[in-house]
Every structure is written in C-alpha cells, then in structure tokens.
Design a binder for this molecule. Sequence first.
Ligand SMILES: NC(=O)c1ccc[n+]([C@@H]2O[C@H](COP(=O)([O-])OP(=O)(O)OC[C@H]3O[C@@H](n4cnc5c(N)ncnc54)[C@H](O)[C@@H]3O)[C@@H](O)[C@H]2O)c1
Length: 502
Amino acid sequence: MAQTFETVGVVGLGTMGAGIAEVFARSGRRVIGVEADDVALERGRGHLERSTGRAVAKGKLTEDAQREILGRVTLTTSRADLADADLVIEAIPEIMEFKRVLFADLDRVCKPSAVLATNTSSLSVTAIAAGTSRPGRVIGMHFFNPAPVMKLVEVIHTVVTDDGLADDIAALARSLGKTPITAGDRAGFVVNRLLLGYLNHACVLLEAGVAGRDDIDAAMKLGVGLPMGPFTLLDLIGLDTSYEVCEVLFRETRDRRHAPAPVLRELVTAGLLGRKTGRGFYSYGEVAPATPEARQAASVSTVGIVGGGPEAATLATAVERAGFKPVVAESADLTPVGDADVVLALSDRPVVELAVRLPHPERLAGLHLVGDGVAEVASTVLTSPETTAAVHDLVQILDRTPVMCGDRAEFVVNALLYAYLNDAVRMLESGYASAGDIDTGMRLGCGYPAGPLEMLDAIGLEAVRDGLRALYAEYREPAFAPVPLLDQLVTAGVRSIREYAG
Ligand SMILES: NC(=O)c1ccc[n+]([C@@H]2O[C@H](COP(=O)([O-])OP(=O)(O)OC[C@H]3O[C@@H](n4cnc5c(N)ncnc54)[C@H](O)[C@@H]3O)[C@@H](O)[C@H]2O)c1
C-alpha cells in the first residue's frame, strides 16, 4: 500500500523551504519547520506570512484559510522536534558538507520509517543518501521557484532507493496539486541539465561572434516561441548560479558543452550577476535604445533569390509586393541572379560557396526564414556592409525581425535548438527519464510551449538528424553528432520519437 505522509518536516525556511512548507500546509498536512537559529526562524515566519498574505490580498485565499494554513505549521530551531515526522525535506544552502552533516543528524533523530528528501538542484542525491544508515529511504524532491506556484516536482531516485518509494513520493506530489516527473540521479536532473546546456551554448555562439546578444535572444523568443531569449533567462536565473550549475554538469559529464563559457566566468568575476545586481548580459534600469525605423533599402531594386520550391516562390511574391523586382535562381545555375543588387540564398547552411560563384560575391547573404516572424540573415566573409544593411532593412520591410549572424552551420536557431534536442534524445537513450517526463519537465519547468521530443517530432527526425550532421561537420563538437538512437530511428523510417518511446 502506498505510504501516506501526514506529518512533514521542512528544514531551512529560505526562498524554497518556506514555499515548500506552505505547499504542504495548504494540502492539510501538519508541518514542522526547522531553522538554524531564532533570527532565521523569524525570517522564515515572515516568508510564510507574506506569501499567504499576498494570496489573501489577491482574493485567492480567505483570511480564515490563511489562519488555518499557518496554524498547521509549527516553527522550531530543534531538530529533535522532527522525531514523529513521516517525511523531512531539506532546503538548506547548496553545500554538500552542510547537507551531509544535516542528513546524518536527521538519520539519528527521525523514526526509522521516515523518508528523508532533499531539494538540492545539483548535488548528488546518492552521495547525500550514502551518509545515512537508510540510503534506501533518501530521495530527491526538487521543487521549482516559487514552490507554491510552479507545478513541476522532479522526483530523483538513486540506485539504492527502496522499490516503490519514488512512486509514493510522486503520488504525494500529485496530492499537493503538483506534476511529478521521475528521473535518475544525474547532475542537473532533467530540467537544469537540458536548460543549462542550451544556455551555455548560446554564450559560446555569442563569444564566437556568430551573432549578437539581441539577435540570439530575438531568434529564440520570436523564432522558436520560447518565453524569453537565453541571455534574458541567464540574467534572471543569475549568472553565478548558472555558472555553478554548468560546473557541476561538466564535472560529471566532462562534456565541453557543459564547460561554462568564458564570458560567464568573466561576468561573474566582475560581479555582474544579472538582474539581482542590476547588470549581467543586459543592464537594468536603463532606457532601452529605440528600435531603428526600417530604412528603405534605397539602393536596391532587383532582389535575387537562390532556392527552389514554395519557399522561394513565396519570398519572391513578398519581395514583389514590397516594391522590388525579384529574380529567382536554383543553386545549380546562378546566372539569373548574377546582376541583382542583393542576392538572398535561402538556406540554413553556409552560403559562401554560392557567393564565390557569383560575379558580385559581396552582394550575397544567407536567409533562413524561421516561423512567421523571424529571418536569420547570414553575412559571409565576402558580404559587403552595404549588402548586410540592405538585407536587414529588406527583412524589416517584409515584416520579419532580422537576426543578423555569421555564415555558420545552422546559423543561430537551428544550432541552438538541434543541439538541445540531441541532448534530450541522449537523455532518453540513456534510459534515465521517460519521453513524457522529459517533455513535461521542460514545459512546466521552463514554460516552453512544447517539450524537446515533441519539438523534434514536429520538425521531423530526419531534418534534425541532418542538421546535427552539418553542425558536427562544421564544429567537430562531439555533442553535436546525432545520438545513435536518432540516427537509427531515421534509418528505420520511424517518424515519431514520442510514438517510438511510448
Ligand atoms: N532558489 C531557487 O531557485 C532554488 C530552486 C530549486 C532548488 N533550490 C535548492 O533549494 C535549497 C535551498 O535554496 P534556497 O534558495 O531556498 O536557499 P536560501 O539561502 O534562501 O535558504 C536556505 C535556508 O536554510 C537555512 N539554514 C542554513 N543552514 C541550516 C541548518 N543547518 N538548519 C536549518 N536551516 C538552515 C538558512 O537560514 C536559510 O533560511 C538549495 O539546495 C538549492 O539548490 C533552490
């Protein structure tokens, strides 16, 4: 029979612990909140009162209900008060030594049947469990910030967790109104592991000069439909936290993809930690520069388009409607566009090899249309600044946001997206989280419109596999090589990874 948890201890009532205590008290359970000393205890009480007070002010909670919730929470500085708890969740600072000392103590104080859970974001649950006499009853229960609002809970089991315990904790999370996902004990679990790999990759592209901060942010926000671009999100998470999580990931994976980008270290060393210090990748409190009006691409009358199929035809129609003369050519024969004022090569792969076949290579730029609102504009080493400026304006006239970038494989969007999707397939292949849980994790943990495996199915397995091959061929980065599972599914003609994985 599933274990029920009627009395729950929460150790550490800071940002996370106070929220977790509130969640349990709201579910009708008795909560014992433990802090290090009286000052911290009062601070914890303040967190709880303010958070529930805000809910009352918004009309989401009555004053009576608030009183009942707070009445269920006993606050103490004595761990001995946890003797009767069925479950204790630890939310003290992210320092292994502190956690190990605490768990040894909890092991001594709590009844043998009690489950000890950690809210750690990045430390090894296995290492925490190993310091107790009951490693089978130690588990990760990772809430997201703010705990009362965020629906996701990652339940982390280790190789020695008792059978059935992860299911019981997942059922408990559901009874709190949360959506649990279950994963093995790997650095970063599901969400941080996938998220930080992608965010760090954005820093690497920035540093390599493939595109600028605003262009990369616009590409991912407007092109992919993510709630915000990677640099805005890094500033929100905090660059110090992001740096630390990358370090933890790298220590475990030894994958260069997780090695914190030097720009992160530099900003952290300079004390520019993001929103919390007023400056990170962006400066806060400054007036944002006005978006320049689209200058007429004055000197342009003929627009060459290289590409076949409906995309080239649609672009030609749009160009014509905007008052320019389109000329279309297939890449096999570029003669028709030889004299065009600018030449747009529809591609997401490097286009410089097309440029060198033109009489005016400086007039060619790569153009990759992303969704309905974005166009990546790739300038080659031969593209003139006049062409880059004219194509930028032309894209705005066509009612798209231009994302200016270098002539690199997969430009910006696909480079970031496909590598992230590959990471998700790798996670699935390694068997440590299910397809459904990976997708749910990224949807609920990051507010993404779809999970990575859902995105992969929507884009097409073959397109992503081929894009990854192109990325690997260009950067020789092992993490970009398509994961064998993806490659084999394409070879076998399987069209949906979600269907394959169930
Ligand atoms: N902040 C986040 O966004 C977030 C999200 C998910 C998980 N986490 C994880 O949750 C844990 C706590 O993070 P936080 O942001 O709430 O930290 P925090 O600094 O806000 O709170 C930690 C609290 O623990 C108390 N504390 C320290 N030592 C203690 C002890 N020995 N006994 C009792 N209380 C003690 C402190 O007084 C403080 O109130 C960390 O493991 C962190 O990685 C944080």
